[in-house]
Design a protein around this ligand. Structure first.
Ligand code: UN1
Length: 502
């Protein structure tokens, strides 16, 4: 467990979890987890896993599958519920670890813990509802019904930006449905992944049902999709890797769901409650340092309120205090690592070269307390050309691109002029316009008078176009992805059948 004081953090030595045992990975490559607010602070180290470890994990999962499949769904649900209870007890401590490992500010980390726990609770309840349907048959004395059965061994590949909630929303439905899991989290956040798996272990999950392989994607990414015993892959991450996962999985004919990038627009109309829109845009653009696929990265303003709204936005943005997420006064944490920081800064340069007007921010922060962290200023560009890279490409940082429009059709066209289609927001008091926007926008999720971010356990989550492929996540759809349906035709006419038929 990682318990560290601020000045002398203890370094946790982590392990892989394979077949119910904590073991060293076989790769010569070491995984090192550092604090993005101060990269001198090493939180955890471990020997990375490679292909051989994945194969061992698949062996263990395959072995555990028959007994886990035979465990009744309500009994599986009780293990998940126990995990949720244990997580609640340790919520604060794990949120602090998340802030130190991932960088998001503590209130955001607490929010993510709450969301992940709620998801586990929701799926635990599905243990009592994991049923199919019954329908009348064309034939008398016939019962027509469906069963939902687990797939077998599944791979779950998760990103670094939600190191707890995303694993929770994939692992929980996989387990409650009776599958065995190979869990491969991003190597930037190993400590959070280990804590999550430990909790499932403590909750009583049998050995081999959940296996953790931590290491570089290059060392084992493909095998997690290619291995013949893997029956499904649930992936969240970049578009580039998602497409690769989908191509390999598709060629094998297995189920694949990929939740990928976003370039989500928020439209603020001339009749909008501007204070409400301001809060939503701030949260969407700069919350989690812009590092969420649901972030607001494009702002489309009705020209009648554009000047006023931008003034309000600049005043609010100037109030953001960047820094270490454990500091209570800080409102925006660092980029997760040097590479993400570089990407942010590169896109800022691209924006300038493309002729967009830099309204605020744009720089890395390096003075004083910022010296050893990956800090960047919240940045807003106005007059962004919709054909430009800044408008079209995902940055995954606190960089907001603004454009102005004069009529509704143009706003929808601009919102849709994107390779992505995850989420969007429309701020207006006009119900007719809001409903038209809802119908016409190309996105998997629509927020009316609310920020582009967020999702809830009980409704599907996911996007269209380059944002997602495969079944939606969470809710019943999450259960459907991890199960196979079986349609059963049961004739109970017995010997009387011949005389009874038509
Ligand atoms: C949220 O907005 O609360 O990677 C969730 C992401 C998304 C999750 C966003 N899969 O940012």
């Amino acid at each position: 467990m990682t318990t560290a004081t601020k000045s002398t953090p203890a370094v946790s030595m982590l392990k892989q979890y394979i077949g119910g045992k904590w073991v060293d990975g076989s790769s010569s490559r070491e995984i090192i987890s550092t604090n993005p607010a101060d990269s001198r602070q090493i939180l955890a180290k471990l020997k990375g896993a490679d292909k051989n470890d994945v194969l061992k994990a698949i062996d263990a999962a395959q072995k555990a599958f028959p007994a886990w499949k035979a465990t009744t769904p309500p009994a599986r649900g009780r293990i998940l519920m126990k995990a949720a209870l244990l997580l609640r007890e340790r919520k604060e401590e794990l949120a602090r670890l998340m802030t130190r490992e991932q960088g998001k500010i503590l209130p955001e980390a607490l929010g993510e813990m709450e969301k992940g726990i709620t998801l586990i609770e929701w799926f635990a309840g599905e243990g009592l509802r994991l049923g199919g349907i019954t329908q009348p048959s064309e034939l008398s004395k016939n019962l027509l019904y469906t069963l939902r059965q687990p797939l077998g061994v599944v791979s779950i590949i998760t990103p670094w930006n939600f190191p707890f909630a995303i694993p929770a929303w994939k692992i929980a439905p996989a387990l409650i449905s009776g599958n065995c899991v190979i869990f491969k989290p991003a190597s930037l956040v190993p400590a959070m992944a280990v804590e999550l798996v430990r909790i499932f272990e403590e909750a009583g999950l049998p050995a081999g049902v959940l296996n953790l392989v931590l290491g570089a994607g290059s060392a084992m990414g493909d095998i997690l999709v290619e291995e013949p015993r893997i029956k499904a892959v649930s992936f969240t991450g970049s578009n580039e890797i998602g497409k690769r996962v989908h191509t390999i999985g598709g060629a094998r004919g297995i189920k694949v769901t990929c939740e990928m990038g976003g370039k989500n627009p928020a439209v603020v109309w001339d009749d909008a409650d501007l204070e409400l829109a301001l809060g939503g845009v701030m949260k969407g653009a700069f919350g989690s340092t812009g590092q969420r696929c649901t972030a607001t990265s494009r702002l489309i303003l009705h020209e009648a309120i554009a000047e006023k709204f931008l003034k309000m936005l600049l005043v609010e943005t100037a109030k953001i205090k960047v820094g270490d997420g454990l500091d209570k006064t800080v409102t925006m944490g660092p980029a997760v690592d040097e590479s993400q920081l570089k990407t942010d800064l590169e896109y800022i340069e691209i924006g300038k070269k493309e002729g967009a007007k830099l309204l605020c921010g744009g720089k890395r922060l390096t003075a004083g307390g910022f010296a050893h962290g990956w800090f960047v200023e919240p940045t807003i560009f106005d007059s962004v050309d919709p054909k430009s890279r800044l408008w079209q490409e995902e940055v995954f940082g606190p960089v907001l691109a603004v454009a102005r429009v004069s009529h509704f059709e143009k706003a929808v066209a601009l919102a849709n002029d994107s390779p992505f289609g995850l989420t969007c927001a429309f701020y207006s008091q006009d119900l007719t316009l809001a409903m038209r926007f809802t119908e016409e926008v190309e996105a998997g999720m629509v927020h009316l008078n609310s920020p582009t971010i967020g999702g809830e356990a009980q409704v599907p989550f996911g996007g269209v176009k380059g944002s997602g492929v495969g079944e939606r996540e969470m809710a019943k759809e999450g259960m459907h992805f991890f199960t196979e349906q079986k349609t059963v035709f049961l004739d109970y006419t017995g010997r009387r059948r011949a005389s009874n038929l038509y």
